[in-house]
Design a protein around this ligand. Structure first.
Ligand code: AHR
Length: 501
């Protein structure tokens, strides 16, 4: 398969907000308990956080983490998680039919986030609680002192405020499964009031309103229009969520879901523009894709378990084993976020540890990287700076979810400060090697400084505690810069990180 492509230094999409590579941690399953926090584990630090997990997290250079939910947040009382640990109540978590011990709350999580070098993005409960919570929680977290809530925080040993910038106004409020689900206009009104309360504390704080739970919801995209019409001027972001799978074992259709996601982003971009025009508003609202990942391998079984079980504490839940095919899919999906980074400023892989996660950790045992860890890591480490448009000319295919899908999926970023270009290249063809010739316009003298590749694995191959590196990147070969162009061969079903300076 012949691929001609053109990368042009001046064809800029926009600057990439580093928060495009954020993550999500929810109080559910073993994400928190025995995921990041396991006192008594041989790797536990003085606060009970697992050092082995922290190291894998730090290597991802994650800018921000959304916390504490998810569906969990819609019936959560953050005050249950503050003060002396032995006085904290055990509660029923309605979302996952589990018990919540509250041994980790906002102050413990803040310690973990600081150790991990990650900013917190906090979600407010707009399911069972509301405006009052928004006001009190922000005051506890962000106010320096001299008020009831800020002094309560100081009495808990936290002298300095956390200065959290990003506030999510509830979670998936359109979903029938959500505690406190609301119709769009009612939610939009509440979100508007909560956003005003947050910004009333500090007008530079950023608020994120809930969009649809996914693009298949019956109320999508009307939900977004109605919600934004209620709150446009007081929000900075609208959230998108989407989970993916390949239950039909149709790899090309699976990869076509990357294009489908592009349509989703484009549609919401259109709704944002429509509401902005209708309101004659000056401010911009961007997209916060704050839940995305592959979730299908054991989804049905898990949901059956949740329905049957008797309120366990930190049960194994959504512990998907990701295979090589999922890694290729995730690579392409992140490419789409880079290509859409003029609209999408924040995106959170959902989730980070154990629960639909790039990192797995056994209770009392080892931690390891799943296959999807690597494309996420490559993008986070090297996909910074400006996104550049790449024109690709080559064969395409049609599938159930999209037509005219290019077999060659490329995203490019230019870090002018570092003087480097990163190319993230996915050959989605099942059988054909790609013979690529990519002109590098405006990058005279470019040299290849790094080439790593994931290829040659069985699509179903996974990593595990006994084979932690089975599917992992290797040094690449067969590509070079010649006459101002990147040329060479890319194996079928392969993903490449290529860096130039
Ligand atoms: O990430 C798992 C769940 O998926 C979240 O709790 C919810 O927001 C979404 O439906």
């Amino acid at each position: 398969m012949k691929i001609r492509a053109n990368l042009h230094r001046e064809f800029r999409i926009g600057s990439i907000d580093p928060r495009l590579y954020s993550a999500f941690l929810e109080h559910m399953g073993r994400a928190i308990y025995s995921g990041i926090y396991e006192p008594g584990h041989s790797q536990a630090d003085e606060h009970g956080f697992r050092r082995d997990v922290l190291e894998l997290v730090r290597d991802l250079k994650i800018p921000a983490v959304r916390y504490p939910g998810g569906n969990f947040v819609s019936a959560y009382d953050w005050q249950d998680g503050i003060g002396p640990k032995d006085a904290r109540p055990v509660r029923l978590d309605l979302a996952w039919r589990s018990k919540e011990s509250n041994q980790v709350g906002i102050n413990e999580f803040a310690i973990w986030a600081e150790k991990a070098g990650i900013d917190m993005m906090l979600a407010i409960n707009l399911g069972t609680r509301g405006l009052q919570e928004a006001r009190e929680f922000v005051e506890y977290v962000n106010h320096p002192g001299g008020t009831a809530w800020s002094d309560l925080r100081r009495s808990h040993g936290v002298e300095e405020p956390y200065n959290v910038r990003m506030w999510c106004l509830g979670n998936e409020m359109d979903g029938p499964w959500q505690t406190g689900q609301k119709p769009a206009s009612e939610y939009g009104r509440l979100a508007n009031q909560a956003a005003k309360a947050v910004k009333g504390m500090d007008k530079t704080l950023e608020t994120i309103v809930c969009g649809s739970s996914n693009d298949q919801m019956p109320t999508y995209p009307e939900w977004e229009r109605q919600v934004l019409e209620e709150c446009y001027e007081n929000v900075d972001f609208i959230s998108l969520h989407k989970y993916f799978g390949n239950s039909s074992r149709d790899t090309l259709n699976y990869f076509g879901k990357i294009e489908e996601t592009g349509r989703y982003i484009q549609a919401i971009g259109g709704v944002i523009d429509y509401v902005k025009a209708k309101k004659r508003a000056k401010n911009d609202v961007h997209i916060c894709f704050d839940e995305w990942n592959v979730w299908y391998h054991i989804r049905e079984k898990d949901m059956e378990n949740v329905r049957k079980w008797d309120w366990p504490e930190a049960p194994a839940l959504l512990e998907e084993d990701y295979n090589f095919e999922d890694a290729l899919f995730v690579a392409g999906l992140i490419n789409e976020f880079i290509r859409r980074s003029d609209r999408v400023k924040i995106a959170c892989i959902a989730q980070l540890v154990n629960v639909i996660a790039p990192i797995r950790a056994e209770r009392g045992g080892p931690a390891w990287r799943q296959t999807i860890y690597y494309p996420y890591q490559f993008a986070s480490l090297y996909g910074r700076g400006e996104a550049l448009r790449v024109a690709v000319d080559g064969p395409t295919y049609d599938c159930r979810v999209a037509d005219d899908v290019s077999f060659m999926d490329i995203a490019a970023t230019h870090d002018s400060a570092a003087g480097t270009v990163s190319l993230f290249i996915l050959n989605r063809h099942l059988t054909d090697t790609a013979d690529i010739d990519m002109t590098l316009t405006g990058f005279a003298g470019a040299r290849l400084i790094d080439h790593r590749v994931m290829q040659g694995h069985d699509l179903r191959a996974v990593n595990g505690p006994d084979r932690p590196d089975a599917v992992s990147p290797q040094p690449g070969s067969g590509l070079g810069v010649e006459d101002g162009a990147l040329k060479g061969k890319l194996a079928p079903l392969s993903y490449h990180l290529v860096r130039l300076d």
